[in-house]
Design a protein around this ligand. Sequence first.
Ligand code: AHR
Length: 324
Amino acid sequence: MNRQTFLRLAGGAAACSLAACQPSGPSGGGAGSGGKRVVGFSQIGADNPWRTAETESIKAEAAKRGIELKFSDAQGQQEAQISAMRSFIAQGVQGIILAPKVETGWEAILKEAKDAKIPVVLVDRGVAVADDSLYATLIASDFVAEGTMAGEWLAKKCGGKAGVIQLEGTTGSAPANDRKKGFEAAMASHPEIKVLASQTGDFKRSDGKNVMEALLKVHGAAITAVYAHNDDMAIGAIQALEAAGRRPGKDVVVVSIDGMGFAFDAIVEGKLNATVECNPLLGEMAFAALEQVLKGEALPKLLVQKDRLFDESNAAAERPNRKY
Ligand code: AHR
């Protein structure tokens, strides 16, 4: 069957299902070995367990659906993500799943995908593009709301008075930008909470530790709270606090985001005070969205995940249910 005869385009999407389409794309290679459907997934990297959990979720869902997944780990480089997408397009995949490292710089490659009639589903992080028809949908958490939730909880816990260190995520990424924005919004009504320093720890445990070590030397006892944009950096900060003779979870309030199993363990241990969930298990939703868009069905531009906050009141009970 000729590509043009079965593709009915709706907002840049091809009207066929992942289960039923015939080969597509410039090279006619939309079907993989054994007639399997082919989808490309461009992942940022594997530098923290949250991201690995997301990758596993997408790989497992592809396998469950009998879809051949072309996977690319960009090792933290946006340029490598763009090259991977270009390669997926050249191979004629039926759809692309993209977890974009940063918000900017995606217009050209998304346009290439759109011109090739290959729908792109964004997972976990958004992009800043003027034309939102360049992607099918974004499946993500509300990072601003996460930051606000963490900030309000921290303010209450500290009785409206604290010296805070903010450990930011990857510079230029949607979660770093929005978690900071949400936190600052919460702080606006707490004039006695001072953010002593706000520095990137790149969503990495080692960087969280190093940055915290350096900031402890500068701010010392003035530090009474830490807000980390992810659990990994919080654990790094906890290690630095302990090495400096401080008691994280007790005389320094530590709040973070992601809701990883190890963060629950740290809450139960009394070293982390709270974590706001951010679900990385997006595989099922990502492929369901691709399926819909390939059938020509309309999709909202944003599919938001609902997140909850866990602290000493509910972490132990929830721990056995954690899947990541
Ligand atoms: O985009 C989601 C964020 O990215 C997670 O909070 C973080 O752990 C990951 O690297």
